[in-house]
Structure formats: C-alpha cells, structure tokens
Design a protein around this ligand. Structure first.
Ligand code: DAH
Length: 340
C-alpha cells in the first residue's frame, strides 16, 4: 500500500498540466469520483487494523498533494490566459427580452385616456358584490333571469345574497351613494358570468362603465359623448348609430353600433355585411335608480353606458377567440409589443 502511494505521488509529480484540457484530464484521473485517490481510500478497509492510522495519514497527504497541484496549475493557467482567450467572442450574445402590455390593458388604458380628456375620473368597486349593488339598486325585478344561478356565480344565497359582480354597473351605484353630483366617472373592471367557455363567451371578462350625472343632462349629451369616444378610438371617419334597447337601469336605453372600421362600412364578414359593429349599451339613468342611490331625480338627470373591453380589443386587434386573452400564451402576448 505504501509503495503504491509513493508510485502515485511520483505519477502526480510527473503529470504535465499544460493547458485547460490536460488540467481536466488530471482532475478526472486523480480526483474524479472514480479517480485514483478515491479508489485508494476505498482500499483502506483492506489494510490491517494496526496500520490503518498510518496509511490513512498517507492517503490524506496524497489527496492534499493532488489537490494542491490541481489548484496551483489552475491558477497559473487562468492568470496566463490573455483577456482575449478568456472571453469567447464566438458565443451568441444574450438578447434582452422586452415585455409587452396585455392587449386588454392597452385597450383599457386607451379608453381611460379618452374619457380623462373630457373630465372623467376613474372609480373602482369590489368584484365580490351584494345583491343591492349588482341588482336591486339597478332596478332588476326579483324574477329577472340574471338573478338566476345559471347566469350568476353566487357565493352566498339566502337572506343576504353575495355574488361575483356580473357587470360594472354596480360601481355606478357605489359612486352615486358616496358622492354628490356633478359626477363624471368611468369604472373599468373584471366581471363574471356563469357561461361555458368558448371562442365567443367566457366566465370572466372586462367592462368599462361610464356615468355622468348633473343638472339638465340630456340624451343629446350622451350621443355626442359616445360619438367623440368612437372617433377618438377608431378614427375621425367613425360614425355611430343608436338602436332602441332595454336595460332595467336606464330609460330610454340604446345599443350603440360603430361603423365597421374593417371595411369602412362597405360590408364584410366581421360586420356580417351590415357595415355596423355593436360596441356598447347605454341610456338615461332611470329616475328610480337615482332615487335608490340618494340622488334627487327632480333636480338631476344623467346618462350611463357600459362596454366590453374584450369586444373593443377584438375590433382593434382582430382577435376573434376570447380564450386567447386569458391563456397567457407568450406567442400571442408578444404581438402587442408595438403598443408598449
Ligand atoms: N351593464 C350592462 C351589461 O353588462 C351594460 C350597460 C348597458 C351598462 C347600459 C350601462 C348602460 O351603464 O347604461 O350588459
């Protein structure tokens, strides 16, 4: 055993480490996990008891000698390498990935900007809402289908019903309850409906609600505000049309179409050859809603509107599958870096 150790010491001494390659060969040969030093330690158990101590010391010394040579050779090689040798100029560079805002954030921000310019503030409300703010204060009759389990995600049923809000109109109620007219605000946020997920429907999506309450607010103000909005969003050529509709919380109510931006209202498959695209619902706030929220309906009137952010994004970016917005597929999201 002792002579074996001496032979290895001699081998270590004569091993010529001239470059990084032979350095690695040396390391594996002597100090690797299957290397000579490890093997020798393995053989220690065959040494008779009384010699174990001495041989053990010799082996420790062997390991130290082997390691010292490795470390000093490494140091010499590294310090003698010139800078050019240390930096591998042929390696591909690291590309800094630039993130992108989510398309829904881009659209929400644009909508907010447009209304900020005409004096609208932003207000928000909770996504978990009680029956009063989501339905009752907004004039939903008790038997209205939206109050059905099939349409709404209820958290608590019974005396005090708690649900995920089905629209941002609930924020209107909170704002009217908590502030005095004049009120000019928009409320962006996420809403939930009990729908099967498909390309055209999702169990959550986003809306922006608008509310304007003051003395003598008229339907003409509503129409002009929405025309301004459509032109800012889709360009100067955009036109709007209002179709009579029904919502429990507005009277009269209308649905608003914008002239098809894809075919310039000539007719295409997106507007189904009608030249018009539906973008929002609106109306004059029903006096009973004003009263429910503590606003004198004889003194004040106002309008409200609500739009789907996914719908606007769909028209702006021609994304036809709603699921893409929440799948977080980087290949989809990366396409919106231009708006960054
Ligand atoms: N809350 C309605 C919905 O989710 C949208 C809406 C329609 C909001 C008319 C309004 C409005 O403020 O006046 O379908």
């Amino acid at each position: 055993m002792k002579s074996k150790i001496d032979a290895i010491l001699a081998e270590i001494e004569s091993f010529n480490i001239k470059d990084l390659k032979s350095l690695e060969e040396y390391r594996i040969h002597f100090l690797g996990s299957k290397g000579i030093v490890k093997n020798m330690f393995g053989e220690l158990k065959t040494v008779p008891g009384e010699q174990k101590r001495e041989v053990g010391q010799l082996l420790n010394n062997l390991r130290i000698v082997a390691e010292d040579k490795l470390n000093s050779a490494k140091e010499t090689l590294e310090s003698s390498a010139s800078d050019a040798e240390k930096i591998d100029l042929s390696r591909p560079g690291d590309v800094d990935e630039i993130g992108a805002h989510h398309p829904l954030s881009l659209v929400r921000r644009e909508i907010i900007d447009i209304f900020n310019r005409i004096g609208y503030t932003v207000s928000e409300g909770p996504e978990i809402e009680d029956d009063w703010h989501n339905f009752s204060a907004l004039n939903f009759p008790p038997e209205h289908p939206a109050r059905d389990m099939q349409d709404t995600f209820f958290i608590e049923k019974g005396e005090k019903e708690i649900a995920l809000r089905t629209h941002t109109s609930s924020v209107q109620v909170r704002v009217m309850e908590n502030s005095k007219p004049p009120i000019r605000t928009i409320s962006p946020g996420r809403v939930y409906r009990n729908e099967a997920i498909s390309a055209r429907a999702h169990c959550f999506f986003h809306q922006v609600e608008g509310l304007y309450i003051d003395k003598n607010v008229s339907f003409a103000d509503l129409k002009q505000t929405l025309l301004y909005f459509a032109k800012e969003l889709f360009g100067e050529k955009a036109q709007i049309r209002l179709r009579p509709s029904y919502f429990p919380f507005t009277e009269p109510s209308a649905e608003v179409d914008v002239s098809c931006t894809i075919c310039n209202a000539k007719g295409c498959n997106v507007c189904k050859n009608s030249g018009w695209l539906e973008i929002l619902g609106c109306g004059m706030v029903d006096p009973s809603v004003l009263e429910a929220c503590g606003i004198d309906s004889k003194e004040y009137s106002g309008f409200a509107f609500g739009m789907g952010v996914e719908r606007i994004a769909q028209l702006k970016y021609k994304v036809n599958d709603l699921r893409l917005y929440s799948e977080n597929d980087v290949r989809f999201l990366k396409q919106f870096t231009a708006g960054f």
